[in-house]
Design a protein around this ligand. Structure first.
Ligand code: HEM
Ligand code: SF4
Length: 574
């Protein structure tokens, strides 16, 4: 057989993972933006499939679905339109007014005047044409923003406490570590080809709102008395991740000194990069799979890590995960700096307009020093606000539709991208989440607890339903002759001291019936809870059968979560 024929026949037999690995080996997309410029000159039809499906992600770019989601296409993946979406990384959620204004401008000019704040403190724009992409990259670069590494098999945006440097209770400000780690790994050619995405969170605050449990590496503050000195360092957890098979990160028996954080991050990134067994199947390619598929223990992981570091990390000290800390950062709160406050606006399910971004940027400059933060609950904060400006700022934010005072439903709702733009989606999520919140505000106005209400449009769990009080996973079910949006209920997920993946309680209903089901559940909770019993404890006290009957209003048989047959599809990589 001729060499070319041999190659064609080998390629025809390639698995998805083999294909992605071959494409990654053959090109580092960060070095080839000239190709994107050429596509922009020639138009959408010129975009090569390997760019559309893979390489673009290294530049934070995804193809945009046509609104029908997965069922509009084949093999579990919907049709791509001529448009693209772009994710702008914000390490530790740090954002300046002029940057937000620039994003507002880009959004107005190229993205139909909307954007989404995401669960990794990023900002996502949609409706972009290929012609616009080089201009957008330049406009972002001009204000020090980059989408590089926001998607693809690379280190994703490094998340951190949005209150870093300002929270009264923080043990240290770890934001410079998050920013440095991002600088070290993102856009570094040594790390352009990881087996799959790699997620890191670093916080110096004991409230752990950056969700260390669901990251590949999660640093949280730890304190020890050492050689007669009080030292603030970090605990480290590894191997967390959500998706269709969620896994909470495992703690290593290590105390990481502040100056050791970057070497540890680098060594774990190298360890991950070099594990060939993680390159065989893209559904089993995350760091967590060393533990779930390859028999690794935390001890083995630590010993590999120590070997790479060339020094031994000290043993861990006692860790105290926060108990039921609910922190959406919404509202007006004092900072550790006397006289200064932070003002958090609830951005309902992360959807924000260009006008709102402009307003927030202007207000941050008018009433404070122009510093903002994004949060992983899809909210927006303005920080360092002098006391005398707080009320006026909150009032003007509310006028712009960015509520500082919001119901538990409004502030606690998180939603993934859904069929509106995502090719893998089974259900529409953003409009649904808004409607659900409005319904619940009307139906259960007496609800008096914080609530994490997470809507996710398919089993991939981008909307983090596994760590929600009430997590909704999108399905399609038959309703009469039609296939309609439906949700499967997962209850009682938590992070911190009581960390657990939410329980699949066996209840599913059409999207239209969700508000009523949640109303029944929450009203039963309000009527029958023990004194001071929060929702997590209430769910923990009841069996799946009991919770299902509260949702259904009757005793009903459980239904299975009903995962699509075969692995969850994700094109040539997500
Ligand atoms: C196999 C496919 C995919 C898997 C397993 C997956 C999984 C996840 C998970 C678990 C998160 C939560 C992030 C965290 O808490 O750290 C996430 C975030 C996210 N995903 Fe996906 N995802 C997939 C594909 C997609 C696609 C195709 C889209 C949309 C087009 C998408 C949109 C998002 C967005 C907007 C976020 C917010 C986080 C960010 O800014 O990085 N995902 N994904
Ligand atoms: S959870 Fe599914 S529908 Fe939602 S953004 Fe992720 S891949 Fe798309």
């Amino acid at each position: 057989m001729a060499a070319a024929d041999l190659e064609t026949s080998q390629r025809a037999r390639e698995t998805k993972a083999q294909k992605v690995e071959r494409l990654k080996r053959s090109k580092n997309p960060w070095e080839h933006f000239d190709e994107v410029r050429e596509f922009a000159r020639q138009g959408r039809a010129a975009v090569l499939p390997e760019w559309a499906n893979l390489y673009f992600k290294w530049w934070g770019i995804y193809t945009q679905g046509d609104g029908a989601g997965a069922i509009g296409g084949s093999g579990g993946e919907g049709k791509a339109t001529q448009y693209f979406m772009i994710r702008i990384a914000r390490p530790n959620g740090i954002l300046h007014a002029h940057q937000l204004r620039a994003i507002a401008q880009i959004s107005e000019r190229y993205a139909r005047s909307i954007a989404d704040l995401t669960v990794r403190q990023n900002i996502q724009l949609h409706w972009l044409t290929i012609e616009a992409i080089p201009e957008i990259m330049e406009a972002l670069g001009a204000v020090g923003l980059s989408p590089k590494g926001a998607c693809g098999d690379v280190t994703r945006n490094i998340t951190g406490c949005p209150l870093a440097g300002i929270a009264a209770e923080q043990l240290c400000d770890a934001s410079s570590l998050a920013v440095e780690a991002a600088r070290m790994l993102s856009a570094n050619d040594d790390f352009y080809n990881l087996p799959r995405k790699f997620k890191i969170s670093i916080t110096g605050c004991p409230a752990w709102c950056s969700y260390p449990e669901i990251n590949d590496i999660g640093f949280t503050p730890a304190v020890r008395e050492h050689n007669g000195k009080h030292e603030v360092g970090f605990s480290v957890r590894v191997g967390g991740g959500l998706s269709a098979d969620p896994h909470l990160a495992v703690r290593l028996d290590a105390f990481v000194r502040r100056e050791q954080v970057l070497p540890v991050v680098r060594a774990i990134a190298e360890l991950f990069r070099d594990r060939v067994e993680l390159r065989e199947n893209r559904d089993r390619a995350r760091l967590k799979h060393l533990f779930t598929q390859h028999g690794w223990t935390p001890e083995r992981f630590l010993s590999e890590l120590n070997g790479r570091l060339g020094f031994r990390l000290d043993p861990a000290v006692r860790d105290s995960p926060p108990s039921d800390a609910y922190r959406d950062h919404v509202g007006i709160h004092a900072q550790k700096q006397p006289g200064l406050y932070y003002v958090g606006a609830a951005v309902l399910r992360g959807r924000i307009t260009a006008a709102q971004m402009r307003a927030a940027a202007t207000l941050a400059e008018k009433y404070a020093g122009g510093e903002l933060r994004t949060t992983n609950m899809q909210n927006l904060l303005i920080v360092n606000v002098p006391r005398e400006n707080v009320e006026a700022l909150a009032c003007e934010l509310a006028t712009a539709g960015l509520r500082v005072d919001a119901s538990a439903f409004w502030r606690g709702a998180v939603a993934c991208t859904g069929t509106e733009f995502c090719k893998l989606a089974i259900t529409e999520t953003k409009s649904f989440a808004r409607w659900l919140v409005e319904e619940l505000e009307e139906r259960v106005p007496e609800f008096d607890q914080p609530l994490k209400l997470n809507v996710t449009g398919c089993p991939n769990a981008c909307g983090q339903h596994w760590i929600a009080d009430i997590g909704l996973e999108g399905k399609k079910i038959k309703h009469g002759d039609a296939l309609v949006d439906a949700y499967y209920f997962c209850l009682g997920g938590a992070v911190g001291e009581h960390a657990r993946i939410s329980r699949q309680v066996g209840y599913r209903c059409t999207a239209g019936d969700v508000p009523e089901a949640i109303e029944r559940l929450l009203k039963t909770y309000l009527a029958t809870r023990d004194t001071n019993e929060n929702l997590r404890a209430y769910f923990a006290r009841h069996s799946d059968d009991e919770l299902r009957s509260q949702l259904a209003g009757a005793i009903v048989a459980p239904v299975a979560r009903d995962l699509p047959v075969g692995p969850v599809p994700h094109g040539v990589g997500d």
